[in-house]
Design a protein around this ligand. Structure first.
Ligand code: RIB
Ligand code: CA
Length: 310
């Protein structure tokens, strides 16, 4: 039985692989894609999501644009990693996948109401769209299986010492979603920093030999270069597909039930994800948090899924 899944994303190189893993994995049924301002402004993330699906030959999944910025803060973007257009590296084809006329909230709502079973939402950018849905359409919460989010960290950040980019862009949205009571899973840098695009991984994906794989290699080349320049990480961490793997192959990513709180007011720490792994605060557990990953199993899933695309 496949799991219906909506990917809410801000492509972004790693978001593309999250889309491909969701579209190609036999355990998942990608039913909709929504986009958010994040790595780059919304016009680029929306076009890039359409390009990612076009390249992979996935033409039957609707794509709708959502929030162009956070709930209350100003959008801050990440061109330093993803380039001006958000998919630096390859020459980008014209997308043949259209932009749906609906907003992200409308598309998600229609998708939830049309589904015979609850739908999982995997968010791989600032979680603004999910927060807007839960705020504006609370009656639909019962139709959401769970929310899995790439973001946060149980230790250090990647934008400031203690904040990860997706959480840092829209901490208020993250706080709203965590407090919603939905089943929520955080897949943070503490795990995604082990999903490294090594030379062996690049060879493995390139050997798939398809147009999608070739486009992926061009993305890898740029992504690894910028991660090397910015973070000294020449084997770029491919964050977002790890969140998809939580659903696609549950044994691949180890989770613990724990307490997650979001810092909103810290002058230096707004967006920090306070994960009380040792139960120091005595608060009720409210989230699943990724702490382990079987890296070989993860890449095998990515490779096999890409091989099922064009
Ligand atoms: O911090 C990494 C996250 O921020 C990833 O989702 C990346 O695509 C950016 O959105
Ligand atoms: Ca992302």
């Amino acid at each position: 039985m496949t799991i219906p899944v909506i990917i809410d994303c801000d492509p972004g190189h790693d978001d593309v692989f999250a889309l491909w893993l969701a579209a190609g994995h036999p355990a998942l049924d990608l039913v909709a894609v929504t986009t958010v301002g994040g790595n780059v402004p919304l016009e680029h993330t929306s076009r890039n999501a359409r390009i990612a699906l076009t390249v992979a030959g996935v033409t039957d999944v609707p794509v709708a644009a959502g929030a162009d910025g956070p709930l209350v803060r100003q959008l801050q973007t990440a061109e330093w990693i993803h380039g001006e257009n958000g998919l630096g590296g390859p020459e980008l084809p014209e997308p043949t996948v259209p932009l749906d006329a609906r907003t992200a909230t409308e598309l998600i709502a229609d998708t939830l109401m049309a589904s015979a079973e609850p739908v999982a939402i995997v968010a791989t950018g600032p979680i603004t769209n999910v927060a807007v849905l839960l705020r504006d359409r609370p009656e639909l919460a019962e139709r959401i299986r769970e929310i899995v989010w790439m973001g946060g960290s149980t230790d250090r950040g990647n934008v400031t010492p203690y904040t990860e980019f997706n959480a840092w862009v829209d901490p208020e949205a993250l706080d709203l979603v965590v407090r919603s009571g939905m089943r929520f899973t955080m897949v943070g840098l503490n795990v995604t920093h082990r999903a490294l695009v090594t030379a062996a991984v690049r060879e493995r994906i390139a050997a798939v030999g398809t147009a999608t794989a070739a486009f992926g290699e061009e993305l890898f080349e740029f992504f690894c270069r910028t991660n090397d320049e910015v973070f000294g990480m020449p084997d770029g961490p491919l964050h977002d597909p790890v969140a998809v793997a939580v659903l696609a192959d549950p044994g691949c990513v180890g989770l613990v039930r724990t307490r997650l709180d979001v810092e909103l007011s810290g002058a230096e720490t707004a967006g920090a994800t306070s994960v009380d792994l040792d139960g120091m605060l005595g608060r009720e557990p409210n989230a699943w948090v990724a702490t382990q990953i079987d890296v070989d199993r993860f890449w095998a899933g990515v490779e096999a899924s890409i091989a099922r695309l064009s």
